[in-house]
Design a protein around this ligand. Structure first.
Ligand code: PLP
Ligand code: COI
Length: 339
C-alpha cells in the first residue's frame, strides 16, 4: 500500500502509477497504451486547444469491506461520452473499449484505491480530445482518448454536511440550445466566473437557473439538483443540464423506497415549499443544501435544522454509498468488480 493520509484526501490530483491512452487515426482506434508520464505530446493546432473540441467523464472505484474493488455504472459514462462526442463531432471510443481501458487502468493503480474505512474513493477521469490540427473551425481528423485516476475525498469540503449556495442571476453555464446536456470543457470554463463569485461570497457553489427566462431551476455547480416534498423526489427537466448518473440512480432508489419521482420544470418560487434539497453527482455524491440565497431578489430559503441533513437525503445517501461500497446487495446491477 502507498503511504497516503486517506482520511484527509481533498478532491484533487495526485500522481499514480500510470494512465492509459488510445488514438483514433486513419479511421480506427489503435492499441491501449499505458504510460507513466503525466504529459501528452500535442500538436499546437489541435482542435481541443483552440476550439474546445473535448469531452470528459467522471466515475469512481470503491473498495469494499471484503477488499474487492467495485466500479459503479461505468457503461453509462461510456454512453454519455458517446453523446458528448457525437454532438461536437468527435469519434468516441466504443463502450467495450471505454470499459476495458477503465478496468485496465484501475487494476494497474489498485494500491491507490482507498481502503474501505477511509470513505474515500478512486476518481476515474476519461478524456476525449480533438488532437488533430485544424486552423479553420472544423472537427479534428485525429482523436486522443485517455484516462487518469486519482484518489479523492469529498468534492465539497463539508462532505455529507449541508452547504450554502447562491442563485446565479448574472451568469449562465450553458445556452438554452447549447451544450449544457453534454459533458464538454466549455461548460466548465463558462461556470468559472459564477463559481468564483460564489466562493468569494462564502458559498460552496452556484444554483443555475434556466438561461432563457431565469424562471426555472437548472442545476447546481457540477451537480444535479433535487428536492423532496410530500414523499416525492423532484428533479428538473431541462435541455441544459447534464443527465447525471447519480441522479438517475437516486430516482430509482427513491422509487424503491416508495416515493414518487417527478422530473419536471421547477419554478424558482417553488423553492419555498420544499422539505429538503440537495445536489448530487459522482464527485459531490449527495450534498445536502442548508440554505439557498437569492441576492438580487433578497430571499433566503432555509432547509436544515441545526445544520443536519434531512432524513430522506440521509437515507438516499446511505443507501447509495452502501451499494457502492458493497454493504448492501447490488439489486439494481450497478456494480462490476475488478479482479
Ligand atoms: N452536472 C454537471 C454539470 C456535472 O459536471 C456533473 C458531474 O459529472 C453532474 C451534473 C453529475 O453527473 P454524474 O452523477 O453522472 O456524475
Ligand atoms: C463529476 O462529478 O464527476 C464531475 O465531473 C464533477 C467535476 C467537474 C469535478
Amino acid at each position: 500500500m502507498v503511504n497516503i493520509d486517506w482520511k484527509n484526501l481533498p478532491f484533487g490530483y495526485m500522481k499514480t502509477n500510470c494512465n492509459i491512452r488510445c488514438y483514433w487515426r486513419d479511421g480506427k482506434w489503435g492499441e491501449l497504451e499505458v504510460s507513466d508520464s503525466e504529459y501528452i505530446n500535442l500538436h499546437i493546432a489541435a482542435t481541443a486547444l483552440h476550439y474546445g473540441q473535448e469531452a470528459f467523464e467522471g466515475t469512481k472505484a470503491f473498495r469494499g469491506k471484503d477488499g474487492k474493488i467495485r466500479l459503479f455504472r461505468c457503461a453509462e459514462n461510456a454512453k454519455r461520452m458517446q453523446n458528448s462526442a457525437s454532438y461536437i463531432k468527435m469519434i468516441a471510443p466504443p463502450e467495450d473499449l471505454f470499459i476495458e481501458a477503465i478496468r485496465k487502468i484501475v487494476k494497474l493503480n489498485s494500491e491507490f484505491v482507498p481502503p474501505y474505512e477511509s470513505g474515500a474513493s478512486l476518481y476515474i477521469r476519461p478524456l476525449l480530445i480533438g488532437s488533430g490540427p485544424q486552423v479553420g473551425v472544423k472537427p479534428a481528423n485525429e482523436f486522443l482518448f485517455l484516462i487518469f485516476v486519482t484518489p479523492v475525498g469529498p468534492y465539497f469540503k463539508e462532505g455529507f454536511r449541508p452547504v450554502d449556495i447562491v442563485i446565479a442571476r448574472d451568469s449562465d453555464r450553458a445556452a438554452p440550445q447549447g451544450t449544457g446536456h453534454i459533458k464538454v470543457g466549455g461548460n466548465y470554463a463558462a461556470s468559472l466566473p459564477g463559481q468564483e463569485k460564489a466562493h468569494g461570497l462564502g458559498f460552496s457553489t452556484v444554483l443555475y437557473l434556466d438561461s432563457k427566462e431565469k424562471k426555472y431551476i437548472d442545476e447546481c455547480g457540477p451537480a444535479n439538483f433535487f428536492a423532496i416534498k410530500n414523499n416525492s423526489y423532484i428533479t428538473p427537466e431541462s435541455h441544459s443540464i447534464l443527465p447525471s448518473i447519480t441522479n438517475m440512480s437516486l430516482m430509482e432508489l427513491a422509487k424503491d423506497m416508495g416515493m414518487s419521482v417527478e422530473r419536471r420544470k421547477i419554478p424558482v418560487e417553488e423553492l419555498g415549499t420544499f422539505e429538503e434539497v440537495g445536489a448530487c453527482g459522482t464527485a459531490a455524491v449527495i450534498s445536502p443544501i442548508n440554505k439557498i440565497v437569492d441576492i438580487e431578489e433578497n430571499k433566503i430559503f432555509q432547509y436544515c435544522q441545526n445544520h443536519e441533513p434531512g432524513p430522506i437525503s440521509k437515507k438516499l445517501y446511505d443507501t447509495l454509498r452502501a451499494i457502492q461500497y458493497g454493504d448492501l446487495p447490488d439489486k439494481f446491477n450497478w456494480i462490476s468488480f475488478i479482479d
